[in-house]
Design a protein around this ligand. Structure first.
Ligand code: FES
Ligand code: FES
Length: 189
């Protein structure tokens, strides 16, 4: 057997570096979730990092949920998770396991009559381009679903999470007020 010669150009072995690499397949990377979307049971495998907004729009085809800032700032992507408004761009699909989800498509499906909230926005001209509208509709729906009429501060707080680049907000506030009046009766002036 020939001798192994070590010359000046032969690399000198050093200690073995510790390299941490993620496993090629991540067993927890996919999850099957079960939830209810607009009253329909849904079962779907989802990646753990999949955003709820992408799940709704790309996987379920529910494009009524609009995505604007993708940073939780504009409110356009708001949906109701167990009755509470959430930003679907900041929520992971896997967080909705077992939940009841409502999107803007649930408000007047097919040829059903408009809800009080939708009618109020229509009659009070609470929209122009409509990009922000699904988010406002869902937050206002959550307000009108409360057992008692929310106070002015609660309403202002709820709406403060929504941006509109068209209306100047006056007609949106009128729309929300009209929806609340329709739901709870006019409040004493
Ligand atoms: S797109 Fe989600 S808050 Fe703007
Ligand atoms: S109606 Fe255009 S952004 Fe609100």
């Amino acid at each position: 057997m020939g001798a192994l010669l070590m010359t000046s150009t032969t690399p000198v072995p050093t200690s073995t570096p510790t390299v941490r690499t993620p496993p090629l397949t991540e067993p927890s990377g996919w999850h099957e979730i079960r939830l209810t979307v607009n009253g329909e049971p849904v079962t779907a495998p989802v990646e753990s990092r999949l955003l709820l907004s992408d799940f709704l729009r790309d996987r379920l085809g529910l494009t009524g949920t609009h995505v604007g800032c993708e940073h939780g700032v504009c409110g356009a992507c708001t949906v109701l998770l167990d009755g509470e408004p959430v930003r679907s761009c900041l929520t992971l699909a896997v967080q909705c396991e077992g939940a009841e989800l409502r999107t803007v498509e649930s408000l007047a499906p097919d040829d059903a009559p408009l809800t009080d909230v939708q009618r109020a926005f229509h009659e009070c001209h609470g929209m122009q381009c409509g990009f922000c509208t699904p988010g406002f509709l869902m937050t206002t729906t959550a307000l009108t679903d409360r057992p008692e009429r929310p106070g002015a501060t609660e309403v202002a707080d709820a709406l403060s999470g929504h941006l509109c680049r068209c209306t100047g907000y006056r007609n949106i506030r009128r729309s929300v007020g009209r929806a609340l009046d329709e739901t709870y009766g006019e409040c004493a002036k």
